[in-house]
Design a protein around this ligand. Structure first.
Ligand code: SF4
Length: 162
């Protein structure tokens, strides 16, 4: 088993790291006011991509929901599903499209069960991914609130978090 997978199987630890980063990011609004979101994104993009690709095989969708999916990146699903598995999961828990690969939603469920913080977020209905954010920094989008702007026509269901 690779190091990344071993790490991902400790979602509680990763969630704690996420929470710490979130705490810092939410207090750095002044940085955006001083230097601007675009410049900050230029600085943050490479380290964010490097770190998240190593650990989560991140695809830089720009709208990170890792903490809601058992610290398992939903964009690694060959169908890019963000709301649970398709109907094609094999009996052995592997992917319909890539039989050699374990379904990422099987992993997401298993890992979410090990979590304390964010555990119930697996049930949140996620809005459609905004493809315009692909290749941008999810951290900066979080800080500016851009990642919360849903596509026109999408109505947040009552139980979803904003
Ligand atoms: S949800 Fe998006 S930003 Fe988060 S790890 Fe996956 S591709 Fe990267």
């Amino acid at each position: 088993m690779g190091l990344a997978r071993r790490l991902q199987n400790h979602p509680r630890l990763l969630a704690a790291g996420y929470k710490a980063n979130l705490w810092i990011a939410m207090r750095l609004g002044f940085v955006i006011r001083v230097i601007g979101a675009q410049r900050l994104a230029r600085w943050l993009y490479a380290p964010e991509e490097f770190a998240k690709r190593q650990i989560f095989d991140c695809r830089m969708c720009g709208q990170c929901i890792l903490h809601s999916t058992g610290m398992t990146c939903p964009m690694t699903c060959p169908k890019n599903l963000r709301n649970g598995p398709c109907g094609g999961v094999r009996a052995n828990g592997h992917c319909e499209v890539k039989p050699e690969m374990r379904c990422i939603w099987v992993d997401a469920y298993d890992r979410s069960q090990k979590m304390t913080t964010y555990k119930d977020e697996l049930h949140i209905l996620q809005p459609p991914v905004d493809r315009r954010l692909e290749g941008t920094s999810a951290w900066v989008n979080l800080m500016t609130g851009r990642d919360k702007v849903s596509a026109a026509g999408w109505n947040d269901p009552p139980h979803a978090e904003g």
